[in-house]
Design a protein around this ligand. Structure first.
Ligand code: SAM
Length: 280
């Protein structure tokens, strides 16, 4: 496996994913009852943009340069600033495990899975003081879905964020993993990040997912380049199954603002739409 998330940390897709993750956690934490946060592809938790900042210039750096108004965007920027203060460096960028682990309450629990031992060790170091009720597992995130679900809490937020290095294979494993997760915990909130290279391919995959789904789901997409251009990554997508109440309304507010803040032009766009389950 050649993929290292450090090359992509803080890019526009990370920003889209991380703002959404924090919004999901906050929505679920409106209830007192504890939850399991399960992340199948965790990465190293904290990244140094001073070492590999190229993609973050069109991501977090753009967002920081403008005034954001939506509470979700401000909350995300506050959390990035919090990490930088704590770590004493303005170049640090939090991965999803850091953002989630530092937001968990005493009644919540986290399980973070990472395949590469070196990345998992870095994750342990990165979480340090925010590790709290979090367990780090080295292994295959898709296999751990079966092992960790259903959780004793009967409530879970599951983030599935593979590298899509073997694009077709990863999309297929995600589709199967989602079905498995929902079989074990039908009410689990599942967020799946996916790359948009050709809209035609992602649309086909979403149709295949919808055919199997009997739950409510939401698709949030943001693309900075036309969806068929030959750049490496045209857009970022998130499929959210069992979305919390009114998430779509809030997202319809902050996603266009995020798009503007990222310097979106007429060539790109963003959209929040329900994914209509075929078996509803
Ligand atoms: C896109 S990165 C994760 C980024 C992280 N979720 C974030 O937003 O900060 C994908 C990670 O999955 C790891 N990985 C690849 N295959 C895996 C597998 N089968 N199980 C668990 N982790 C895997 C890679 O080493 C990489 O660190």
């Amino acid at each position: 496996m050649k993929y290292r998330h450090a090359h992509h940390a803080g890019n526009f897709a990370d920003v889209h994913k991380h703002v959404t993750l924090l919004a999901l956690l906050a929505a679920l934490q409106r209830k007192e009852k504890g939850l399991l946060y399960l992340e199948t592809h965790a990465g190293r938790g904290v990244y140094d943009l001073g070492e590999s900042a190229a993609e973050s210039r069109a991501g977090i750096a753009r967002l920081e340069a403008v005034a954001c108004e939506a509470p979700e965007l401000r909350h995300y920027l506050d959390r990035v600033a919090q990490l930088r203060r704590a770590g004493g460096s303005k170049h640090l960028y939090p991965g999803s495990p850091w953002l989630a682990a530092s937001a968990l309450r005493a009644q919540d629990r986290g399980v973070l899975v990472e395949a590469l031992a070196e990345e998992a060790r870095a994750l342990e170091r990165a979480l340090g003081p925010v590790a709290g009720r979090v367990r780090i597992e080295t292994g295959d995130g898709f296999a751990r879905l079966r092992a960790e679900l259903p959780p004793v809490e009967r409530r879970a937020l599951i983030l599935i964020d593979p590298p899509y290095e073997q694009t077709r294979e990863d999309f297929e494993r995600v589709r199967i993993g989602l079905a498995e997760a929902l079989r074990r915990l039908a009410t689990g909130v599942v967020a799946i990040w996916y790359p948009i290279k050709h809209a035609r391919d992602t649309d086909r995959w979403l149709e295949a997912v919808a055919r199997e789904l009997d739950r409510e789901a939401l698709v949030s997409q943001l693309w900075l380049h036309p969806c068929d251009s030959r750049v490496a990554l045209n857009g970022s997508g998130l499929l959210i199954v069992n979305p919390p109440y009114q998430l779509d309304e809030r997202m319809s507010q902050w996603l266009p603002e995020l798009y503007r803040c990222l310097g979106g032009t007429a060539q790109g766009g963003c959209a929040v739409q329900p994914l209509t389950p075929a078996r509803a």
